[in-house]
Design a protein around this ligand. Sequence first.
Ligand code: CTP
Length: 408
Amino acid sequence: MRLNGKKIILGITGSIAAYKAAILLRLLAKEGAEVQVVITPAGKEFITPVTLSALSGKPVISEFFGVSDGTWHSHVDLGLWADAMVIAPATAASLGKMANGIADNMLITTYLSAKCPVFIAPAMDLDMFVHPTTQKNLETLASFGNIILEPGEGVLASGLYGKGRMEEPEKIVETLVHFFESKKKLLNKTFLVTAGPTYEKIDPVRFIGNYSSGKMGFALAEALASQGAKVILVSGPVSLQLNHPLVETIFVESAAEMYEVCSACFDRCDGAIMSAAVADFTPAAPANQKVKRGKERWNLELEPTRDIAAELGRRKKEGQLLVGFALETTNELENARQKLVGKNLDLIVLNSLNDPGAGFGVDTNKISILDRYNNIAEFGLKSKKSVAADIVEKIITLIGQASNPAGN
Ligand code: CTP
């Protein structure tokens, strides 16, 4: 699923190679991409929209208005929606229209509105392909930043042998995968992320815990991995799991175990995000046997745990980034700032328990990010996945500034 979550417009024009677009669509869907097919009127003569809508799971767009309900198909919205547009096959006529802005069908208007990278896979007979008009149009399109997927040589539909066969669907998919991979901003970086609560043993059947669900930490691990980072996710007991090839999850129970694992991993990491709700106190002498009822009163002696974030802050080397969380109920900004400085963090993410929809257990969060220069970035109430993406964006900006302090 190397294109998971990617939104792709597949443009199909009127060439016999349109049958290959169905294979391409199938492969894109298999890689996890969400595909919207836009087909020209001539394209429909070569492949039926029924096949394409069945493969994409979405109605195919061809006209400016929906045929059945008369709704307006907005090429502008489509152009903004997509992460990439692939026009395969692209006929000589469509190349000419695209190069010259002749927006007389839904596909060309969508092309002109697209804000995303556009991949073009020409398909035509060899003489049409080598004609100076076609070559000039391709040059023009390449000069706009479009990526031309050169056609291959072989026997063409006309029976002639030469250059003009649409690039194979498998190769187009590989090109797209490679393109998105190269855009990832945390390639070759390794991050440590802590998540969830810790359980501090009282006796074999009881513990001191907290309400942390681990959702924020797991969302952060996924957001880092989606930018190409390797992630060591150290989690307390939660009912979540993450299957991502770049994420190694290590489950621990207590604050002491979390400390050991983090301490062993931190030196080989480029950064760490401490989102776990680590217990601050642990029973000084957990009982080996279950504590029985019948006592008048039970005083449990607690001793402080080690502060993992503060310890990593002490050990932090140049180039390592440390991000902490602060969950506060009073004096939020002041307390968060103190933790930022006291633990030698680079960023602290503040979430207030006073904000409805923020904090433990829920799927949403509302955060502010404070840096060492007293900048505060405030965000609205969002899903924890979007919050994670915002935090990771901020980390990427910080890494960029550190590697280019002069801003060149
Ligand atoms: N933290 C940690 N290890 C601990 C306690 C906290 O790594 N033993 C980290 C948390 O993961 C978080 C940051 O330190 O990133 C702040 O945690 P928080 O509980 O808000 O602050 P504390 O330092 O525990 O202070 P207090 O509970 O008194 O507010």
